[in-house]
Structures are given as structure tokens and as C-alpha cells.
Design a protein around this ligand. Structure first.
Ligand code: EPZ
Length: 417
């Protein structure tokens, strides 16, 4: 198994371009199934989750090729409607293909996506919404057997929680439904806006994406299109946290500053200066960070749950006590145990984590248990004295493109063995 070896402490400097958003690329690849002509997605990140989605598209009979950051999808040869258990287990967010397969094939057979490191990951909101749109879903033997006896029709869907995946599945299912669909309490994440932008470029009629109420007027046909995936705001926040904990001045490029705004107050409070110019952001970090009094994770435009672990890592060396409240996922503190091994002082009480800043971290062997928790270990390892060995890289490779190469290019002593 490969490992990252970080020799700390490090200072970073220079400029890093942020790769395309994983959480936009995946739903876009699913949505391409609805098109009647080929699509090209630009700025797709080179991540294992994207590779899994390519495998799913090919399994469905779709043409799906990658060349650098471009993905070419030809949905005209789609002739399957199932996702094998192995692929569902490889990437639980494969549930995002459900609406696209049903809408394009009139049926779907998916195994129930297992839980993951973040908790059970229920899909009740997805299923309830699709049933309201005329889809019959039988759940047995761990499988979802979906059919559309009388076609898919629009509906008014009030989400009890602004679920990102459920919002995406509903939009994808609604674009070619009979009639109009209205989603209230929809997720407002930038990835929802990006999905609607892609579908509208193909001829869909979606309005209000990125707001709490989204209206989708069903159309008969969708053409193909070329679309550039938005930058990954979570990868951007991760590199900012790496700069902050190492007292570095760093410029990140290819970002959309507005998408990062929910994390700005945390970096401001920690004493970092942020200078924004067009699609570039320069962070100037103090020698020692100040504590961040209280971070509550919330749906967008609140503080993103995916940035909780990376920002927690940077507060482990801050001057004072920081507090985190994780409101989105059940168990998203798996990185805490590993941060303690590096010398951090953190106490967790159910959804609350209290981080007492220490004066130094010391390198140790640690293991990533999930994607963003793994990023937290890299961030802490960069600032820890001595050698930090990080295993469990399969988690990191799901969401960060060439993380060790990027950090080494910024001056960090990190290598993958
Ligand atoms: C998306 O997951 C992202 N994944 C997650 O990123 C991200 O953390 C999450 O949104 C929140 O922003 C992708 O986009 C591929 P949710 P998703 O549905 O859609 C509960 C990463 O690190 N819920 O908004 O699964 C659920 O249990 C990943 O890149 C239900 O109860 O998130 C959770 O507590 C991790 N029933 C909360 O809602 C449902 O039917 C948020 O889930 C659906 C969700």
C-alpha cells in the first residue's frame, strides 16, 4: 500500500491551480446520459471517483473516454440500466446515476448504496421524490428495482433537508419529465448551479438553481454540449488551510471566489489575510494562527461540512481553543483520533469537537479513514516536527489530484512511496 511521507515542519510558497470540482463532475457525467448527442466536459479532475464514473458509463453501454482534463461522453449507445454491486460499493455517490438511468432507459436496477465512513448515508429523500414523479421503486434483497409504468411526470417536491444528491437526482429526473417540477428547500451548493448550467446548455428549462426553489419545465429532447466544470471549492479550502497552518503566503488560481466565501470568516478570524483578484486568491498567514471561536457546518452558503476536517487540522496549532459543530453528517470526526497521535489536543462530544491549540505537533504514522479526514492529516503533517507517514491514500485519491506533487511543487518535503 502506498503512503505519503512528510518531513515537517514546512513552509509553502508560490502558486497552485485548483482542479475541477469532483462533486460537480460526478453529477454532470450522470446527466450526460439524458442527452441525444455527444457531450464534452472540460476541466475534469483526475480522481478515482471520476474513473469509477467512467466505468459506470461504459458498463451502461455509453461511450466514455478521458483525454487529460476532457471527458467525451456519447450516450447514443446506452443499452443497459443496471449498476453492478461492485461499482456501487466502489463509489456510494453512484446513487447520482439513478435519476439519469431511469429517465434515459425507463428502468433502473441499482444495489442499495452502502453506508460509508461518514455514516449510514440514507437515500430516503431521493426515493420519496422519485416516487412522487411516477417512478415505482421496489427495494428488496438490497437492490432498488425501478420502473416507470406511466412515464415520469413533474411534481412539487418539498425537501425536508436541502440534500445535495437528492436535489441533483430530482433535477436530472425532471428535465425530460411530462410537465413541471418545483423543488422547495433545494440544496443551493454551486455544484447544483453547475449541473443546471450544463443541462440548460443542452436545451433544458431549469430556473432558480442555486436558490432554495428550483423550477424545471420538462422538455422532450436534450442536445449535447461542451461544458467547463467549476473549480473545486473544497480542494481550494484545503490548500488554504495548508498555507495557514504553515504560516505561508500562497496564491491559489482558477477559483471562483464567491464559492469560497463561506470559509472566508474562519480564515479571517484565524488571522489570515486574503487578497482576491479575479480568479486568484492570495493568502498571507500569520506566524501563529488565532483560535476560531465557533464553526458550525451548514448547507451552502453556510460553512461546508467538507471543509470541517481540513480547517480543524489548522486550528490544532492555533493560540487558544476552537470549537466545531458538525451538523451535516453523523460521524465526521474520524480524523480526530489520528490528529491526537500527532500531538493535537481535541475532545469530541457527539457533534461538538473542542480543539485546544498546542505549541507543536510531532510527526507519527497515521491512517486516513475518509477523504477530507485524510486531507486533515496531510495539513497537520506539513506543520508537525519530524516524519509523518500517512496510509489510507485510496481515500485521498478520491478527491485530490496529485496532492503530493502539488505540495512538493510549493516547497513541501512530501513524497509518495
Ligand atoms: C454531497 O453528498 C457531497 N458528495 C458530499 O461530499 C458533501 O459532504 C455533501 O453533499 C454535503 O455538502 C457529492 O456531491 C458526491 P447530502 P450527499 O445528500 O449528496 C442526509 C466529499 O467529501 N440525507 O446533502 O450525499 C445525509 O445522511 C463528499 O466530497 C438523508 O437523510 O449529501 C447527510 O446527513 C462527502 N436522506 C445529509 O443529509 C437522503 O435521502 C447531507 O447529505 C439524503 C441525505
Amino acid at each position: 500500500m502506498s503512503e505519503l511521507i512528510i518531513h515537517g515542519p514546512n513552509q509553502l510558497e508560490g502558486e497552485i491551480a485548483i482542479h475541477g470540482a469532483k462533486n460537480s463532475t460526478l453529477p454532470l457525467m450522470a446527466a450526460a446520459l439524458l442527452c441525444e448527442e455527444p457531450c464534452v466536459l472540460h476541466n475534469c479532475p483526475n480522481l478515482s471517483d471520476v474513473d469509477t464514473s467512467l466505468k459506470i458509463l461504459r458498463h451502461l453501454g455509453c461511450g466514455a473516454e478521458r483525454s487529460g482534463g476532457d471527458i467525451f461522453i456519447d450516450p447514443r449507445t446506452t443499452d443497459h440500466f443496471d449498476i453492478p454491486d461492485a461499482l456501487m460499493r466502489e463509489m456510494r455517490s453512484s446513487i447520482i446515476f439513478l435519476g439519469a438511468i431511469i429517465s434515459s432507459m425507463g428502468q433502473a436496477l441499482l444495489s442499495f448504496p452502502g453506508g460509508c465512513e461518514l455514516g449510514p448515508r440514507p437515500i430516503d429523500l431521493h426515493l420519496a421524490a422519485l416516487r412522487k414523479m411516477g417512478i415505482v421503486i421496489n427495494e428488496n434483497h438490497g437492490c432498488l428495482e425501478c420502473s416507470v409504468p406511466d412515464g415520469i411526470h413533474g411534481a412539487v417536491i418539498n425537501l425536508s433537508f436541502p440534500s445535495v444528491g437528492a436535489t441533483e437526482n430530482i433535477i436530472i429526473t425532471a428535465v425530460r419529465a411530462e410537465g413541471t417540477t418545483i423543488i422547495t428547500n433545494a440544496a443551493r451548493e454551486p455544484e447544483i448551479w453547475d449541473l443546471a448550467d450544463f443541462l440548460n446548455s443542452c436545451g433544458a428549462k431549469i430556473s432558480g438553481a442555486g436558490e432554495s426553489t428550483v423550477t424545471i419545465e420538462g422538455v422532450k429532447h436534450l442536445s449535447g454540449c461542451e461544458h467547463r466544470v467549476i473549480p473545486d471549492r473544497i480542494a481550494a479550502a484545503t490548500y488554504l488551510a495548508a498555507a495557514a497552518i504553515t504560516g505561508s503566503t500562497l496564491t491559489i488560481t482558477d477559483i471562483i471566489a464567491e464559492h469560497l466565501a463561506p470559509v472566508f470568516p474562519a480564515f479571517d478570524e484565524a488571522g489570515c489575510k486574503l487578497e482576491i483578484k479575479d480568479n486568484k486568491l492570495k493568502i498571507i498567514s500569520p506566524k501563529r494562527l488565532r483560535r476560531i471561536k465557533n464553526i458550525r457546518t451548514m448547507p451552502y452558503p453556510g460553512f461546508p461540512t467538507d471543509a470541517q476536517a481540513p480547517v480543524m487540522a489548522m486550528t490544532t496549532l492555533a493560540d487558544g481553543t476552537s470549537m466545531f459543530v458538525e451538523n451535516i453528517f453523523e460521524s465526521r470526526y474520524k480524523h480526530v483520533g489520528e490528529l491526537l497521535r500527532l500531538g493535537a489536543n481535541i475532545k469530541v462530544e457527539s457533534r461538538v469537537a473542542v480543539v485546544e491549540g498546542v505549541s507543536r505537533l510531532s510527526g507519527a504514522p497515521v491512517e486516513a479513514a475518509d477523504l477530507r479526514g485524510g486531507a486533515a492529516l496531510v495539513i497537520a503533517g506539513l506543520a508537525a516536527d519530524g516524519i509523518t507517514e500517512i496510509s489510507g491514500l485510496k481515500h485521498l485519491d478520491r478527491g485530490y489530484e496529485n496532492i503530493e506533487k502539488n505540495l512538493a511543487q510549493l516547497g513541501a518535503d512530501v513524497k509518495r512511496i
